[in-house]
Each structure stands twice: as C-alpha cells, then as structure tokens.
Design a protein around this ligand. Structure first.
Ligand code: PLP
Length: 394
C-alpha cells in the first residue's frame, strides 16, 4: 500500500464526505436513550427530517442501511402474493425487486437498458390495462446510483393519477435525498425510502421511511411478517422523541447537525449547487470525448455521473491507477456495468474546488491509464464554473 498525504478524495456516490461539523457533533458523549435529553434530540431530528423530505406526515428513522428501509416500505404496506410493478432502471432497482421477490411478492419488472429512467407513458398504459387492479404498488428508484439516471417522479405520479389506479407509490431516494429536489407530500408519494450516507452527509447507518396517510392505513391490513421494521411499534414512542429499541444516538447527533447545515444553506440552494456541479462535470466529460451512461439530458443525475469507457472496458484499471496515484476513490461499475463504467460522486458536502480536484484526478488518471480521450477537458468545467460564479468584484 502506498502512503498518501493530505485528505483522501472520497468521490464515490455514497457514502460521501462527512463534514467536520457533523463528525464533531457525533463525538458527543452517548446519553441515556430513555432520558429527557434524548427525548429532545429525538423530537428535533424527527421534526427536522420531515422538512428534508418535504412532508408534514411521519418519517420513521431506523438504525440500518438503506436496504433495511427498502424492506420496511414493502413489509408495512403489502401482503404475500401482492403484485408490485417495478422498472429496471439499473442495479438498485434490481436489488429492490429481488428483495421483494424473497418476501413473497409478485414482482412485474419492466425491462430497461440501464441508460434511462421510468417511462411515465408506459406506466400509465400498464396501469390503465390493469382493470382488476391487481397491482398493489408501483415501486421506483428516483436516482439510480448505478447509472446516474434520475427519473421524473412527478411525471410518474401524474401518470398514476390519469388512470385513477389505487396502487401505492413507493420511491427510493437513497441517492437523491438532500441533493436533488424531492417533495414527498406534494408529489403524493406513499412511502419514500432514504438513507443517511449520501446527500445527508452522514456515515452509513440510518434508513428512513416517509409515509403518507394512505400508506399508514395500508399497514393496518398488510400481512407480510414484520417485527423490527414495524411502523406502528415505532410511531408510538416517536411521539415523545423516543424509540422502541436502542437508537443510534451518535448518528442522530450527526443528523441534527446535518439538517441544520442543509437548512442554513437552504434546500433550494443545496439543489442548485448540485445541479451546477453536475453540469460542470458533464461539460468536462463531453470535452474529454467520453460518453455519459445516461442517454437523456433531462434525466442526467445531479448527484453522480456514470462515464462509459471508450473501449467498453478498463474502468477498474483506471480506478486502481487513480486510487494508487492520487488517493481518490471513484465508484465502480455495478453488475452488468462492471469494468465498463466508472462513477463520479458529486453530492453531499462538496464544492467547486473539490469538484475541480476530482476532475483533475480523473483527467490525469485517464492519461496514466492510456485511455483514448481528449486531454484538457477540465477547462470546460473551469469555464462553466467561472461563467456561473456568483461572487462579483466590488
Ligand atoms: N438504493 C439506491 C438508489 C442506492 O444507491 C443504494 C446504495 O447505494 C441502495 C438502494 C442500498 O442502500 P444501502 O447500501 O444503504 O443498503
């Protein structure tokens, strides 16, 4: 292992860089999780996280990874054999589908080529044809982290409304929450799944379910077995800021701080910052003469960019060179995209110089790896960032 100086560049699309403020907040002494001080912490984060999901209805916070929260969304709302409609946007859509199948759900997966998002027209026609209303839930990934594709959730909701179909709407926002605009309540999503380790700038370890009244009502009749993930067991003690089991106290300290940071910046500014840094990234990728995995410009993700290797291979060798020489981690190609793409995470606690450092590292790595590309593409990002800078000369 070569030794490195300075900070490691963690530019995978999550877990993301944890701000020093959040690290310091998490270093507070762990307190009695049944005592009054904890109740105040619990109430503060349970109220704050609603503002991040943009909802006035309950948000449940589980100790667990995002996958746990994805399971919680299903087991609280559905019964064995229920049909669930899903869209194959990439690896994470597939993982959710596999999880659903293992729970005994009847998954109808609409195939996709991993280069685009959910097709709202297709969703509308499938629901319109489901005369017997066999489909009990539509489950989609907002931001597909394996491909860098963001699906239009509002368009999907509108498609569902056009048909008047009563299916529940479940959305995974694990790599979009706190990075890309998302409105749980206004977009009438029934369960939104989130995780702590991406836009929320925390270490891994918390999973979220934002729920609607319709989802809560569904949980009264849903019969899939559930215990740890049971919403009802959680909602009662949550009223006073407490949890039915030992919560991840120090992650909650971090969450309180992260929510404060996001609100100090303002969520709209947070989203605009991500949009701008993503656009700068794409300009450089295009100037390098490389191809972005997401085909449609209006679906290109603001939290990460997946880049195709020009010869269709060599992404792992490139990532290895960049890691060894420049101490930067880039996202690997997942499942069928292994070695074909590498992913740049540009989300969370991130700014212009972190981005330009990242892009310089990639450009230098492409040269070292002898990848066929046009050097100098970094200038496209620099130009765009200067053109769109807000500081003015006084
Ligand atoms: N869904 C999406 C979109 C993800 O990006 C991830 C993880 O990266 C997951 C689900 C799984 O979350 P976790 O690894 O926290 O269980």
């Amino acid at each position: 292992m070569s030794s490195h100086t300075g900070r490691h560049f963690l530019q995978i699309p999550g877990p993301t860089n944890v701000p020093d403020r959040v690290l310091r907040a998490m270093s507070l002494p762990t307190i009695d999780h049944r005592g009054p001080e904890f109740g105040a912490l619990g109430q503060s984060v349970l109220a704050g996280i609603k503002r991040i999901f943009k909802t006035t209805k309950p948000v449940l916070i589980f100790s667990g990874s995002g996958t746990g929260a994805s399971e919680a969304a299903l087991v609280n709302t559905l019964s064995p054999g229920d049909r669930v409609l899903m869209f194959e946007t990439g690896h994470f859509a597939n993982l959710w589908a596999e999880l659903a199948k293992r729970l005994g759900l009847d998954v109808e997966m609409i195939p996709g080529d991993w280069r685009g998002g959910v097709d709202a027209n297709q969703l509308e026609s499938i629901l319109a044809q489901d005369q017997g209303q066999q489909i009990k839930a539509v489950a989609v990934v907002h931001n597909e982290t394996s491909t860098g594709v963001t699906s239009n959730i509002q368009a999907a909701r509108t498609a569902m409304d056009q048909t008047g179909h009563p299916a529940l709407f479940l959305v995974d926002t694990i790599s979009s929450l706190g990075s890309i605009k998302y409105c749980h309540e206004e977009w009438q999503v029934d369960v939104t799944v989130g995780g702590s380790q991406k836009g929320l700038m925390l270490p891994p370890g918390l999973g979220f379910n934002a729920i609607s009244e319709k989802a809560l009502a569904a949980s009264d009749t849903a019969t899939l077995p559930r215990s740890y993930w049971d919403w009802k067991a959680m909602l009662a003690p949550n009223q006073d800021g407490f949890f039915p089991y030992t919560p991840a106290t120090n992650l909650l300290y971090g969450l309180r701080e992260a929510i404060e940071m996001l609100e100090e910046e303002g969520l709209d500014q947070v989203f605009a910052r991500h949009d701008r840094l993503a656009e700068a990234t794409r300009r450089t990728v295009r100037a390098w003469g490389l191809e972005i995995q997401c085909r449609h410009e209006n679906e290109q993700s603001s939290s990460l960019t997946a880049i195709r290797m020009p010869d269709g291979t060599g992404a792992n060798a490139l990532r290895k060179i960049i890691s060894e020489q420049y101490d930067m981690s880039l996202g690997t190609g997942l499942a069928k995209l292994a070695d074909q793409v590498f992913r740049i995470g540009h989300l969370g606690h991130f700014n212009e110089l972190m981005l330009t450092g990242t892009l310089c590292g990639v450009e230098m790595g492409l040269t070292l790896a002898q990848t066929p590309f046009k050097p100098g593409g970094i200038v496209a990002a620099l130009d765009y960032l200067s053109e769109t800078a807000t500081a003015t000369r006084t």
